[in-house]
Design a protein around this ligand. Structure first.
Ligand SMILES: Cc1cc2nc3c(=O)[nH]c(=O)nc-3n(C[C@H](O)[C@H](O)[C@H](O)COP(=O)(O)OP(=O)(O)OC[C@H]3O[C@@H](n4cnc5c(N)ncnc54)[C@H](O)[C@@H]3O)c2cc1C
Length: 281
């Protein structure tokens, strides 16, 4: 006998939060591009809370002090086409344009990528390098979690059972911040990342004064590479590239899976980070 599955598509966030509080075990569905792939291997959920196109959580709006707020329900197509994201937070726009193909970009959402929290989720290193904060809501209220504290392990996050992801907040970046993004896959389009990374580097008078370097697929979650960030401070870009390369050695323990060996990921990650500083990416 097929179990009955309840289904609800709330009209607004308040209604969605009430259902989430009452039924924390229900599947939270956004675009479904992650959930549908694995649905056949999982138990039929008792209920589905469908957030697709939920009013109030899909917009991209200007935030306080020149920042940007991207609603959890915004799709990759919308994010990739947003001129503000492309201009000031380019790693996220570039990641958006490389997620799956057009069909996936039209349906997959930022909230879904953050919710799945896969080590190969393409937006995640960009959120780390851009120092994003994740806003979540429940009937208890709202809170913001720095993305650096969001991932708690392999595909686990700081989201509580009664909470929903509402938005990602991108702070404005200081003048002189150079941004970079690179995804390395089997081919240039439609591939799952072997390694991907994002960088936000502050360069003043040719010298690196600050850097946030984030990589994906090199650990159980996206990570900042503190050893590199410390090694490059105070160096001219060419010297920083060499220092970054040296600091990468032993700094990561990449995952080893069907897509790539750990040693390949190690080498690619080292080249990628060095090229962020040499300006080749
Ligand atoms: C063919 C194919 C290619 C793909 N290529 C890529 C790729 O290149 N790069 C990449 O990173 N990903 C890729 N993906 C994965 C997927 O498209 C992305 O992770 C996408 O962003 C998921 O968004 P979604 O809205 O479809 O999430 P869903 O599948 O609806 O949900 C995913 C998870 O997030 C949770 N969730 C969603 N929204 C919320 C919310 N507001 N609050 C709380 N929890 C929430 C859900 O409960 C679920 O656990 C691909 C998938 C497919 C099928």
């Amino acid at each position: 006998m097929t179990p009955e599955t309840a289904y609800t598509r709330p009209r607004d966030l308040a209604e969605a939060l009430a259902v989430r509080a009452a039924q924390p075990s229900w599947m939270v569905l956004a675009g479904g591009t992650d959930l549908m792939v694995s649905a056949i291997h999982k138990r039929v959920p008792a209920g589905i809370l469908d957030l697709w196109r939920l009013p109030g959580v899909g917009a991209i709006t200007e935030g306080a002090g020149g920042g940007l707020v991207i609603g959890a329900g915004a799709t990759w197509l919308e994010i990739g086409r947003d001129a503000r994201v492309a201009k000031a937070w380019s790693p996220l726009a570039l990641a958006a344009r490389e997620i799956g193909a057009l069909q996936i970009q039209a349906r997959g959402t930022l909230g879904g990528n953050i919710g799945t929290s896969s080590p190969v989720g393409d937006s995640l290193p960009a959120l780390l390098a851009l120092d994003a904060e994740i806003e979540v809501a429940s009937v208890r209220g709202r809170r913001r979690v720095p993305y650096a504290a969001w991932c708690t392990g392999y595909r686990t996050t700081a989201l509580a059972a009664d909470e929903l992801i509402v938005a990602a907040h991108l702070p404005p970046l200081a003048a002189g911040t150079h941004l970079a993004w690179r995804k390395v896959g089997t081919r240039r389009a439609q591939s799952i990342s072997k390694v991907m990374g994002a960088a936000a580097m502050r360069v003043e008078c040719g010298v690196v004064t600050d850097a946030r370097i984030a990589l994906g697929a090199v650990a159980d979650r996206p990570i900042r590479i503190a050893a590199v960030e410390q090694a490059v401070r105070g160096l001219a870009r060419a010297a920083a590239a060499e220092a970054a390369r040296a600091a990468m050695r032993g700094a990561i323990r990449p995952i080893d899976d069907v897509r790539s060996s750990a040693s390949y990921r190690d080498l690619v990650a080292e080249n990628l980070v060095a090229r962020f500083f040499s300006g080749m990416i």
